[in-house]
Design a protein around this ligand. Sequence first.
Ligand code: SF4
Length: 69
Amino acid sequence: MTEVVKVEIDRERCVASGSCAMALPAVFDQDEDDGRVILLTAEPDAGLRTAVRDAVLACPGGALSLIEN
Ligand code: SF4
């Protein structure tokens, strides 16, 4: 069975630190106007699971969620 890594963002909680976009530019970007997170891909490659998990834990706003099936 293929494992799926799914990411969700809550832009209301994002404090625009930019750390997720710096750590994982293939998955996250920052809005040019308000600096808040933009999700580039909701289902990143499973090989990025650990890095995504780290980014979720490191988010100072608690704005990121990881759903693992
Ligand atoms: S790490 Fe969290 S607070 Fe910082 S830009 Fe990403 S989602 Fe926003």
